[in-house]
Write a protein that binds this ligand. Structure first.
Ligand code: GAP
Length: 516
């Protein structure tokens, strides 16, 4: 039942995103292309605002972080050095009856999540029964039914973890069979063996058959930073610790693409590699973990919607790793990864390129290969988390329902919509005057069509924080009505006061100040 509700919520968000110009399926008139999406007129604004928030937080607030924009195509040996050619694989399994392909690890993780759900249900039931006197922590450690679920969960989890660490594909299949995991489409257990599948897209560069070489579409932006480490360090005279930030497209041939823009084949990342002294990486890892969570929470979408998830299986390059997870309609899901990547990447590029990639530390009077803390967040996942958290179908006192996006105001695609009450008596001209005053600082719209109520609804649906109505009184005293999106409250204010009023709520400055 809960599953059905979650799917319905996501479906509503997907169709709202399309109807209001946020996200369209790519190549839609040709029936779409799997897991590839286009951003519409409102989507691109929201996306740009997310990127601006991240970029400013990194490069404006830290005088030791600079940005770059490296190419998507890179020398193919880079991907050999980084380990992606050999190890950027997912274990896939096919169901012979439905002919559908799945990630074996995801099937098992979903099974583990079922035990977690059962545990949470027991706790919620008991909390309801015992009311204020309920001690959740005590209940979790003593209730026999909860303990039984925990034991079963841990048994499966440990088996899965061991299989993943040993890269034991036969054991992954055996777990799927032992736990009776069925294909959601066919409902059968008629599975093939588990195989590894490389996620990188390959293409050819060069015009002649002889002269062409295989190149990859980058699966992460991080490598563009590593191979430019010396360029930036030297030309920017950067001293460790320092960071390099980058926003750009990444491409992965995902086996199972689902949940809308959560798992895409073409997506965008915001990555920052922070170079530190060897031995200091775990201190910096802890610091960046907190800094990144603070960045998320500053948006005010609710602190309870975030949690850390420390990795069981570390990537080949990491000595510590965590995810920041966000509560989506389909459960807590990774939005950002924070990795302590050791000196793996720089050492590998030194080895494969034959070029010395070291840093001379004037304070220590020695050279070393820096260690790296990486923060990596998907723009599209961040976009989805904001959309999911903001969407509300709100029942109003008059019996009507309004659909409103409670977007963080700084990120809203349109900050204010100016509306003449009627399309005559000089009100449109006055409204346009106000747009012309505000448009240099804020994304504004002008709307004169339909009733004021309908116009409010249209702006609620795209998350516009302010609607400004020009009426006959405006012509007399230069005041307007400003209506607030979330409370729907209206107040009469002087036109001259509008910039300060809007600025207080939508300015990036106020948002960024929360981070320092
Ligand atoms: N450089 C490290 C790296 O790429 P990752 O955990 O594979 O690490 C980082 O990816 C972030 O990129 C994820 O937390 C997620 O937000 C985003 N991401 C990864 N794969 C994605 C996909 N197929 N679709 C959308 N976003 C994705």
């Amino acid at each position: 039942m809960a599953q059905v509700k979650q799917e319905e919520t996501l479906k509503k968000i997907v169709s709202h995103a399309k109807e209001y110009g946020f996200v369209f399926p790519s190549s839609e008139i040709y029936d779409g292309l799997g897991a590839v999406y286009d951003y519409g007129q409102n989507g691109v604004e929201l996306k740009n605002n997310i990127k601006r928030y991240w970029w400013s937080a990194m490069t404006l607030l830290h005088d030791n972080i600079v940005g770059i924009d490296s190419a998507i195509f890179m020398h193919p040996t880079i991907w050999k050095a980084s380990g992606h050619v050999d190890a950027f694989n997912d274990p896939l399994i096919d169901n012979r009856d439905s002919k559908k392909r799945y990630r074996a690890d995801v099937l098992i993780e979903d099974e583990i999540a079922k035990f977690d759900d059962k545990i949470e249900k027991e706790v919620a039931k008991a909390a309801k029964r015992f009311g204020d006197s309920f001690d959740a922590a005590l209940f979790r450690t003593t209730n026999p039914r909860v303990l039984e679920h925990v034991a079963k969960r841990d048994e499966l989890h440990n088996r899965y973890k061991a299989a993943m660490e040993a890269n034991d594909l036969a054991e992954l299949k055996q777990i799927i069979l032992d736990y009776g995991i069925v294909c959601p489409i066919s409902g059968t257990k008629n599975w093939t063996d588990v195989r590894q599948f490389n996620l990188m897209f390959k293409t050819e560069m060069g015009s002649t058959a002889d002269g062409s070489m295989n190149v990859y579409l980058r699966p992460e932006t991080a490598q563009g930073i590593f191979v430019n480490f010396l360029n930036v360090q030297k030309t920017g005279r950067m001293r460790i610790p320092f960071g390099i930030a980058q926003i750009g497209k990444a491409f992965r041939n995902e086996i199972v693409a689902r949940q809308f823009i959560f798992r895409m084949r073409e997506f965008e990342q915001m990555e920052m590699q922070f170079f530190v002294r060897p031995g200091e990486e775990l201190k910096w890892f802890a610091q960046w973990k907190e800094a990144r969570l603070k960045w998320h929470k500053a948006l005010g979408m609710g602190d309870e919607k975030y949690r850390f998830h420390d990795h069981d299986k570390l990537a080949h390059y990491a000595n510590a790793a965590t995810d920041i997870e966000f509560r989506m309609p389909f459960g807590f899901k990774e939005v950002e990864g924070i990795h302590s990547r050791t000196n793996f990447d720089l050492s590998q590029h030194e080895k494969y390129s034959g070029k010395k990639i070291q840093y001379f530390d004037p304070e220590l009077n020695q050279s070393y290969t820096p260690y790296v803390i990486e923060t990596s967040i998907g723009v599209d996942r961040m976009f989805l988390s904001i959309l999911c958290s903001s969407y509300e179908e709100q029942a109003l006192d008059n019996g009507e329902t309004r659909v409103v996006l409670h977007l963080p105001k700084q990120l809203a695609p349109v900050k204010a919509c100016v509306m003449p009450l009627v399309r005559k008596d000089g009100l449109p001209d006055k409204a346009r005057e106000i747009v012309n005053m505000l448009k240099f600082d804020y994304a504004c719209q002008y709307d004169e069509k339909d009733s004021i109520g309908k116009r409010y609804r249209r702006q609620d649906a795209v998350g516009t924080p302010f609607c400004i109505t020009v009426d006959h009184q405006t012509l007399e005293d230069n005041t307007v009505t400003i209506r607030h999106r979330d409370s729907m409250e209206q107040e009469r204010v002087a036109i001259a006061d509008l910039p300060a009023l809007i600025d207080k709520e939508v300015s990036f400055k106020e948002l960024l100040k929360k981070l320092v």
